[in-house]
Design a protein around this ligand. Structure first.
Ligand SMILES: *Cc1c(COP(=O)(O)O)cnc(C)c1O
Length: 462
């Protein structure tokens, strides 16, 4: 059954290749043409309204068409859209760098700009590797990453990833990453309770460090939430222990806060909850409040100074992107940070988070096909399971999450799950009333799906 297509949909399908999509799916489910957005809402070409419960892939903070950001962007556009960033600079980049150094953990004093999360990861990897060479440790050329990690799609970043869906086919092209089993609180191998957890699973990393520390340049983690893995959450104590291990074995710690930075976890940065300063902190997504592509790699004086010398020593970091330090993106990011300064959003996130957690736990936790509802800050996740007692997952081929997503979309809610995990990551401007509606529609979609699928299996049995 082919749906009726609008002109834009037809042209789209003729020419556009969409991200992370099997384009054949679009035959029966054509792309939704979004015409405008306001606050937490998106509007398609037919005027249908959707709650953007995933902040348009985790980037939006203060709503679509935010007036303050719009004004800052328009003013900047009328003044300077872009300029080469080698030997040149401009006010938005300088003020932004200054503010980032101020608000990130103590000791992160230097900023290197790029334009997406993956590039920020590549920069951290290259800097760490080159740092060790320039400190006479050329053997330190491998990286340690966790199972279920996600750090982006470029080949270096993809090498770090532990989600087979994204990188399995590319294995022959990837760096030889040291892999350690990461935290898995939902299916904890030590049967620890989250509230009293002493993070014994850090031993998995420790074993790898004992074995490989001489050849390791850096360890990379997603602090507190392994997001793309399905919003897998773990306690801050894990990060404290990891930081100690990195110090002990002379290995850099790269905190990939691309998804969790800028308030998502209830603090400005997730690392704050552990009170640690990593050697590199990668930031993107929320940095521009969902407006423009920009990323930043924060690092220390120690790293910076290892590159600082006479030109002839060739110790410089010879890396650039055409749009490094783009003034429009920097100006928007600066406005985002000013909004955080002027308005109590961190408190709001904590309050709204508490409300969301209470309501969602009540609605979802007792249901037969929901293994658990978990939450950190303003990220909530529903883990669907085939068997609640054994936590056996639904086979990925059944595309349970995707099917529920399709039902929710019809009801005006944009969820975009990760496999069997449905999650909420709404813009911070969402109201309590809207949180309630988001949870209600999600529940309806889940109920409808399992009712239909039970009906289906009864039909098959007959
Ligand atoms: C999204 C993401 C990236 C990659 O960022 P892009 O801008 O999509 O390249 C890296 N790390 C984490 C943790 C992410 O969530």
């Amino acid at each position: 059954m082919n749906p009726v297509l609008s002109d834009l949909q037809r042209s789209d399908l003729n020419h556009v290749w969409h991200p992370c999509s099997q384009m054949k799916d679009y035959e029966e489910f054509p792309p939704i043409v979004i015409k405008s957005g306001k606050g937490i809402y998106l509007y398609d070409e037919n005027g249908k309204e959707y709650i953007d419960a995933v902040s348009s892939w985790w980037v939006n903070l203060f709503g679509h068409a935010n007036e303050r950001i719009n004004t800052a962007l328009a003013n900047q556009a009328s003044q300077l859209e872009h300029v080469i960033f080698a030997n040149f600079t401009h006010k938005p980049a300088v003020l932004l760098a200054e503010k980032l150094a101020e608000i990130t953990p103590e000791g992160l004093t230097k900023v290197f700009f790029a334009d997406n999360g993956s590039s920020a990861i590549e920069i951290a990897l290259k800097m760490s590797f080159q740092y060790h060479i320039q400190n006479n440790k050329p053997n330190k050329k491998r990286f340690l990453a966790l199972t279920d990690a996600y750090h982006g799609e470029t080949l270096g970043a993809l090498s770090l990833g532990g989600v087979g869906l994204y990188n399995e086919i590319f294995q022959p092209l990837l760096l030889n990453t040291v892999r350690a089993q990461g935290p898995d609180c939902f299916r904890c191998p030590f049967n620890e309770e989250p509230s009293s957890c002493s993070t014994p699973c850090i031993s998995f990393i420790e074993e790898k460090l004992i074995q490989h520390h001489e050849e390791l340049a850096a360890v990379i983690v997603e602090p507190l939430i392994q997001a793309a893995a399905g919003m897998k959450m773990y306690p801050p104590g894990y990060l404290n222990k990891l930081k100690q291990l990195c110090l002990q074995y002379d290995i850099h710690l790269i905190a990939d806060e691309v998804a969790v930075g800028f308030g998502r976890t209830g603090t400005m940065f997730a690392c704050e909850q552990a009170g640690i300063t990593p050697d590199f902190m990668c930031l993107s997504k929320g940095l521009t409040g969902g407006y423009l592509p920009l990323s930043a790699v924060m690092t220390t004086d120690d790293v910076y100074n290892a590159f600082y010398d006479e030109y002839e020593t060739m110790k410089a970091f010879f890396h650039s992107h055409s749009y490094t330090g783009n003034p429009l993106a920097c100006r928007v990011a600066l406005e985002v940070l000013r909004i955080f300064e002027d308005e109590p959003y961190i408190e709001e996130i904590q309050k709204k988070g508490a409300y969301m957690q209470e309501l969602a736990s009540k609605v979802f936790n007792h249901q037969p096909y929901i293994g658990e509802y978990r939450q950190t800050g303003l990220v909530g996740a529903i883990e669907l399971v085939k068997d609640k007692a054994t936590k056996e997952p639904f086979p990925s081929g059944e595309r349970i999450g995707y099917k529920i997503y399709r039902i929710a979309l019809e009801k005006g809610l944009l969820l975009r799950p990760l496999g069997n995990v449905l999650y909420f990551m709404p813009p911070y401007v969402i109201s309590k009333e809207e949180i309630k509606r988001m949870i209600h529609i999600t529940n309806e979609a889940i109920q409808q799906f399992f009712k239909n699928s039970q009906a289906d299996s009864v039909m098959q049995e007959v």
